[in-house]
Design a protein around this ligand. Structure first.
Ligand SMILES: *Cc1c(COP(=O)(O)O)cnc(C)c1O
Length: 385
């Protein structure tokens, strides 16, 4: 029986265990000192002006859209290849997610498609740095200036990533991160809003806890009091000290984990370089990916098996893979609600029909990396048309 190489495996050391035990023993289990400490350390790691923690990316981005005053009938441009969260948060406002095609080389939102989709109702764009590889932020920034749009970045994959020496988290009006179990910084659940705008940070931090005016979480501590004021009908979206304990431990080693991902990325690139049935996406030198995902496109036109069979065969060889993502316009809700047709998203269709995401997690060893490379290469050889 060969060892199964899972698609994802969290990096756990005694740090996580010790931090969690400390949080549990402290008796402070909801938002408290560890959340504050994590916000501070995250903020200085990113080099952001403000960082506001929330219970998930979805919560964080919902707060960010509320803070830029998104209202019903507004439009927000999102890429077709992303997780449903990116678009569902727009629907929360009875606003319209305008789904556009992606770029064939980067798999990211195509600035030309953004421009074509802009209308009088467009209020914002949500670029998704797919797999952690940064979008064309100069081009998107230029459109935002020209058409007065807000940029809310979906950085669920992008810790840490750089665009022209700027860290992702320091560019858009707000950038939202995810600390979901499978992300590059994993806390089980969690999210963060980074922004340079005081109004956005203030509004998010009030709205994440019931619309209660500032620092109300302190009301049960020695320096607090029983009095608080509700200034808006907010949400229950706060982060908590138990998850923040895991997040603090993970943040300490984020650069090491990133370096490990980069090494796997480079080994994969070398391993697939001479396989003409595998297409790898571009990696421009002006930007650095977090390498959250390692996507490859199979040349299915020159293979005798489908992508889905390819995934099954890899599984039989003990390798877990995935597909990121089923494009938004293929899901019944978006398809029916917004009358979307596959033929209007030719690039996303091309990618979706060919893509496989391979395992890339920090503690993969050389033997496991080598097994993934030789399995993929052996299968393309075996099923070459
Ligand atoms: C995981 C993910 C999200 C949602 O993150 P949560 O923290 O689970 O809410 C949003 N966007 C993308 C691209 C994701 O992969």
């Amino acid at each position: 029986m060969i060892d199964y190489i899972p698609f994802h495996k969290p990096t756990i050391t005694e740090d996580e265990v010790n931090e969690i035990v400390e949080a549990v023993r402290s008796g402070w289990w909801t938002m408290g000192p560890k959340v504050v400490k994590f916000e501070k350390e995250f903020n200085s790691y990113i080099g952001s002006k403000f960082s506001v923690a929330a219970s998930s990316w979805t919560a964080a981005a919902h707060l960010a859209l509320e803070a830029i005053n998104l209202v019903a009938d507004d439009e927000v441009i999102v890429p077709a290849i992303t997780f449903t969260s990116t678009a569902e948060i727009v629907c929360y406002f009875a606003a319209k997610p305008v789904i556009v095609d992606v770029d064939k080389q980067s798999f990211n939102i195509d600035p030309k498609k953004i421009e074509e989709a802009i209308s009088d109702k467009t209020k914002a764009v949500i670029p998704v740095h797919y797999g952690g590889y940064p979008c064309d932020m100069d081009e998107i920034g230029e459109l935002a200036r020209q058409f007065n749009l807000k940029i809310i970045e979906d950085a669920a994959h992008s810790l840490p990533a750089f665009y022209k020496n700027k860290m992702i988290g320091t560019i858009g009006d707000a950038t939202c991160f995810s600390f979901y179990a499978t992300k590059t910084l994993a806390a089980g659940e969690g999210g963060m809003i980074c922004t340079s705008k005081q109004e956005i940070a203030d509004r998010c931090s009030i709205m994440r806890l019931h619309g209660i005016s500032h620092d109300s979480w302190k009301r049960y501590s020695a320096e607090g009091s029983w009095y608080y004021e509700v200034v808006a009908p907010g949400f229950k979206y706060n982060f908590d000290d138990i998850h923040a304990a895991l997040a603090l431990a993970q943040l300490k080693k984020i650069d090491i984990m990133n370096q490990q991902r980069r090494e796997i990325f480079e080994k994969y690139n070398a391993g697939f370089a001479s396989n003409e049935l595998i297409f790898l996406r571009e990696h421009k030198i002006d930007r650095t990916s977090s390498h959250h995902l390692y996507p490859v496109l199979l040349d299915v036109d020159n293979l005798t098996i489908s992508r889905s069979r390819f995934i099954d065969e890899l599984k039989d060889l003990g390798i877990g893979t995935s597909v990121h993502f089923i494009p938004l316009y293929r899901h019944p809700y978006y398809k029916n609600k917004f009358n979307l047709e596959e033929k209007n998203f030719p690039v996303s269709e091309f990618i979706y029909n060919r893509i496989i995401t391979l395992p890339i997690w920090p503690s993969m060893n050389d033997n496991q990396i080598e097994r993934v490379i030789s399995a993929v290469n052996a299968l393309t050889r075996k099923y070459k048309r």
